[in-house]
Design a protein around this ligand. Structure first.
Ligand code: ITT
Length: 194
């Protein structure tokens, strides 16, 4: 099965390669445009990215694919009313990832819940133009300070439930087993029968 992966995020790309064995993932071409994501929900944005990618591919490429896959995901923090959530990529985007993590932690007042979850919505669109979404989530808490150089994005400040280390600090296999993206990919594989 040959699928166009509509993402510019190298961390996501790395994870999908491990989570979808047997699927030939075609990377989003460097010359292709940035895909808009203007929705209020992860599912809106995932569908918008898949739709935009499919439209661009049909207009610019002749290679036939089995479908297009997109991912909209983020970190939802209870103390921030679910934020940054769908705005996770845009939150403090002028900062590098390490400074962004420190800025997010600084927003959490002392003594409040540090509960958070990673959410991932995948949209899969076929070349016929039908599409569906699947989702996955992993519960956890925010660490007191960033820890670990693994993963990407908010991984150094997120401790998944049942562990006492962050995704950035835990072995890659742990994140690949229980992450929001791993769970969404399980649902995708079930739905596609692969
Ligand atoms: P594409 O739209 O090109 O896929 P993006 O990085 O802009 O890439 P999103 O709009 O879905 O993707 O933003 C999600 C942000 O949430 C991402 O940039 C990370 O900061 C964060 N994020 C999502 N999944 C994550 C994960 O597994 N680990 C750490 N941070 C994650």
């Amino acid at each position: 099965m040959k699928v166009l992966l509509a993402t510019r995020n190298a961390g996501k790309l790395r994870e999908f390669a491990g989570l979808l064995p047997g699927v030939e993932l075609v990377p989003w071409p460097a010359e292709a445009p940035e895909l808009p994501e203007t929705g209020a929900f992860f599912a809106d944005n995932a569908l918008q990215k898949a739709e935009g990618a499919l439209r661009w591919w049909k207009a610019n490429r002749s290679e036939i694919l089995d479908g297009v896959l997109s991912d909209d995901s983020g970190l939802c923090v209870d103390a921030l009313w679910g934020g940054p959530g769908v705005l996770s990529a845009r939150f403090a985007s002028e900062l590098d990832p390490a400074a962004k993590n420190l800025k997010l932690l600084a927003l959490i007042p002392d003594g409040v819940s540090r509960k958070a979850r990673f959410v991932c919505v995948l949209a899969f669109a076929s070349l016929r133009g039908d599409a569906f979404t699947v989702s996955g989530a992993v519960e956890g808490t925010l660490s007191e300070s960033p820890k670990g150089g693994g993963g990407f994005g908010y991984d150094p400040i997120f401790i998944p439930e049942g562990f006492d280390r962050t995704f950035g600090d835990l072995p890659t296999e742990v994140k690949q087993r229980l992450s929001h993206r791993a769970r969404a990919c399980e649902a995708l594989r079930r739905k596609l029968g692969i």
